[in-house]
Design a protein around this ligand. Structure first.
Ligand code: HEC
Ligand code: HEC
Ligand code: HEC
Length: 181
């Protein structure tokens, strides 16, 4: 019974997961052709350079990585994290889920991040981006028709992709029927 307590707490906390899981930061960008610069650009709340720097600091906090993780030291160019970061900024802007909901510090993912890691694998296989199966602006809480169709497959695959099925609250044990004399 007590095993359910953390599950309930996690549900209450919503996206803000309580535990973090380590990951290898070797993710390749998804093989999807798009104007990633434009889609990432939608993440910025302002065109002002100072405001953009301030907003960028939110990334360094969520990921516990310095600016030079993605920018060259003189800020004239980018490291090999450019494309994957643009895709991340795009999904954050389009689905309304900030970096810190999935990234919990250096090489650490929240529970939502762990599910998204499995999703990243699925999206790579299908060569699609998240909006194929998730309605934009709904924080991944609403599936498109393609997402609904994928659900049975996801339920089958999730354990092998490292995402255990959610704990189902077990109903209180039935009282054994009184023995008939
Ligand atoms: C995880 C990767 C990452 C980190 C860490 C990061 N950035 Fe960025 N930054 C990007 C990406 C990607 C863009 C957008 C590139 C594009 O599509 O034009 C960007 C854009 C910017 C821009 C806007 C440039 C423009 O053309 O308007 C500024 C300013 C900036 N970053 C400053 C910083 C500063 C300062 C830090 C550290 C506090 C930082 N960034 C940390 C990935 C990162
Ligand atoms: C919905 C969840 C989610 C959101 C939101 C999210 N990320 Fe990610 N991010 C992931 C997952 C999952 C990976 C892949 C981890 C792996 O398997 O390597 C990842 C990987 C990355 C990587 C490459 C791996 C690394 O650590 O170098 C970068 C860079 C990154 N994210 C930056 C960002 C930035 C910046 C934001 C916010 C603008 C962001 N992410 C928002 C889930 C998310
Ligand atoms: C082929 C379809 C498909 C694609 C592509 C896909 N998803 Fe999903 N996603 C699903 C399904 C199905 C679920 C399970 C929904 C459910 O159980 O109701 C799900 C669940 C999720 C959840 C958990 C939502 C929650 O509230 O627990 C997150 C987060 C998520 N996906 C993120 C992503 C991200 C990020 C991408 C893009 C990299 C992505 N998904 C791409 C089908 C997809």
């Amino acid at each position: 019974m007590n095993r359910l307590v953390p599950v309930i707490l996690a549900a209450l906390a919503g996206a803000a997961a309580l535990a973090a899981t380590a990951y290898e930061p070797n993710s390749e960008p998804l093989p999807v052709a798009a104007d990633w610069k434009a889609r990432a650009g939608a993440w910025f709340e302002s065109a002002d350079a100072e405001a953009r720097k301030t907003q960028m600091r939110g990334i360094t906090r969520a990921m516990r990585q310095p600016c030079k993780y993605c920018h060259t030291p003189d800020f004239s160019g980018y490291t090999d994290k450019l494309l994957v970061s643009q895709q991340m900024m795009a999904l954050t802007a389009e689905h309304g889920v900030p970096c810190g909901d999935c990234h919990a510090g250096k090489n650490q993912l929240t529970d939502l991040g762990v599910t998204s890691q499995a999703m990243w694998t699925i999206a790579r296989e299908k060569k699609v981006f998240c909006e194929e199966c998730h309605v934009k602006g709904e924080r991944f809480g609403k599936l498109t028709p393609a997402g609904e169709r994928y659900k049975p497959e996801w339920e089958k695959r999730r354990p092998s992709l490292g995402v255990p099925a959610p704990a189902v609250a077990t109903p209180p044990a039935e009282k054994a029927p009184a023995p008939t004399p």
